[in-house]
Design a protein around this ligand. Structure first.
Ligand SMILES: NC(=O)C1=CN([C@@H]2O[C@H](COP(=O)(O)OP(=O)(O)OC[C@H]3O[C@@H](n4cnc5c(N)ncnc54)[C@H](OP(=O)(O)O)[C@@H]3O)[C@@H](O)[C@H]2O)C=CC1
Ligand SMILES: CC(=O)[C@@H](O)[C@H](O)COP(=O)(O)O
Ligand SMILES: [Mn+2]
Length: 381
């Protein structure tokens, strides 16, 4: 039996992880979970999975749940709660499925406590890649990718040597506006932006996908997970999201991972690795029915956020922290109807330009730079 803590159990990745746990009651048990403010979801999780601890980020939600479950299970508020869920003694695997850099400290605490990390929360690795990967190495803790592209690369790498890689190729769907020109992007709505062509995901990542910052964050995530320089990380536009990513080896061979676009596949792979279990709830691909797949080169002028992410990643230091924090604030402002879609990239660019570079920021400096960047983006709105 593997005991699981899910940070962000009420979200898109969180609920799909619960589905995987539900399908394999002899393999997995939910030990601890965290939610933000979704009280109904917390109640449903407690009734069905009986975790021993639930962390709650929102004060009102915490007060409600604590009065309902006092004396029955531990309900803990705020960052302290997230950390308690991350280091819960019985837990073997922590699924990091919160959105944003709020996942950083709990992930580091889980690593220090020797937990295996199933990493969905890409912002953690973007904002502090050197700190997270060094901590995992020091503790001998595996960082197992959940993000579909990184799971694909990880699966293609099994039995292969990293030094035989020529390059990895991350596929990108192009997001909800892939058929629009930049001129047409000026007046798009939040509702339109939230209509991803292939995946059902949380709001923030769906907007990131529309700006292609999602792919930018994934390029930086891949740099840290697979210890590859940016010159060996490519992005390829692939509308269907059937090929989740590819590795080209030195002998020109390319190995790809294909599958139904359903996050339960990479989530389950991270939880069962190195085993594979049946996944009856997912319909396998019918390639004859799909018949045709499409590939296009990326136009970096069209997808400015991807360009900014490559630049920030290559220059390194504190720039990915700024990129991530500025993006989180700008996307939240767009979702709240406070700025236009194209203002997201402007906010990020301005935050990067004014930032005073730090070569190897400490955790404390990262937290400070993150807070300062958010404040600066707020001042632009
Ligand atoms: N969804 C997907 O298919 C994929 C997601 N990812 C990554 O996984 C992560 C999660 O994404 P997704 O599941 O889509 O996001 P969702 O928005 O669906 O879920 C986010 C979760 O985090 C909780 N949460 C939100 N804000 C806070 C906070 N300040 N403190 C603590 N908890 C908080 C939410 O709680 P509540 O809802 O209760 O308020 C919810 O449980 C992201 O980093 C994303 O980039 C990666 C690949 C695919
Ligand atoms: C499911 C998943 O991993 C997402 O990150 C997905 O990749 C988003 O798709 P695009 O960013 O390619 O539009
Ligand atoms: Mn992805």
């Amino acid at each position: 039996m593997k005991y699981i803590s899910i940070l962000g159990a009420s979200g898109s990745i969180g609920t799909q992880t619960l589905d995987v746990i539900r399908s394999h009651p002899d393999e997995f048990q939910l030990a601890a979970a965290s939610i933000g403010k979704n009280v109904d979801m917390a109640r449903a999780i407690i009734e069905e999975f009986a975790p021993r601890l639930v962390a709650v980020a929102d004060r009102d939600a915490y007060d409600k749940l604590r009065s309902e479950y006092a004396g029955k299970i531990k309900i803990i508020y705020g960052e302290e709660g997230l950390i308690e869920a991350a280091v819960f003694p019985k837990t073997n695997i922590v699924v990091t499925a919160v959105v944003g850099s709020v996942g950083l400290v709990p992930t580091l605490k889980a690593i220090e406590a020797g937990k295996t990390i199933a990493l969905a929360n890409k912002e953690t690795l973007v904002t502090a890649g050197h700190i997270v990967t060094e901590a995992a190495k020091k503790q001998g803790v595996p960082l197992l990718p959940v993000d579909s592209e990184h799971s694909a690369i990880f699966q293609c790498l099994q039995g292969e040597k990293r030094e035989h890689i020529e390059k990895i190729i991350l596929t990108a769907s192009g997001g909800s506006f892939r058929d629009k020109t930049r001129e047409e992007l000026k007046h798009v709505t939040v509702e339109e932006a939230l209509r991803h062509p292939n995946w059902s995901m949380g709001a923030k990542i769906t907007i990131d996908s529309a700006t292609m910052m999602n792919k930018g964050l994934e390029v930086i995530e891949a740099h840290w997970l697979f210890a590859l320089p940016y010159e060996q990380i490519d992005v390829l536009l692939h509308r269907e999201s059937v090929i989740h990513s590819l590795i080209q080896f030195r002998d020109t061979s390319i190995i790809a991972q294909l599958g139904t676009p359903d996050m339960r596949v990479p989530i389950q792979y991270a939880l069962t690795y190195p085993k594979r279990l049946p996944l009856n709830s997912v319909k396998p691909l019918d390639l004859a029915e799909i018949s045709t797949l499409h590939f296009e080169r990326i136009d970096f002028a069209r997808y400015r956020c991807l360009h900014l992410a490559y630049e920030a990643g290559k220059r390194g230091g504190s720039l990915p922290t700024v990129l991530n924090a500025a993006n989180e604030e700008a996307v939240a402002a767009f979702l709240a109807g406070r700025i236009e879609f194209l203002a997201i990239e402007e906010c990020i660019e301005r935050a990067l330009e004014r930032h005073e570079f730090v070569q190897k920021p400490s955790l404390e400096e990262i937290r400070q730079i993150d807070a300062e960047t958010r404040k600066y983006v707020q001042s632009l709105l």
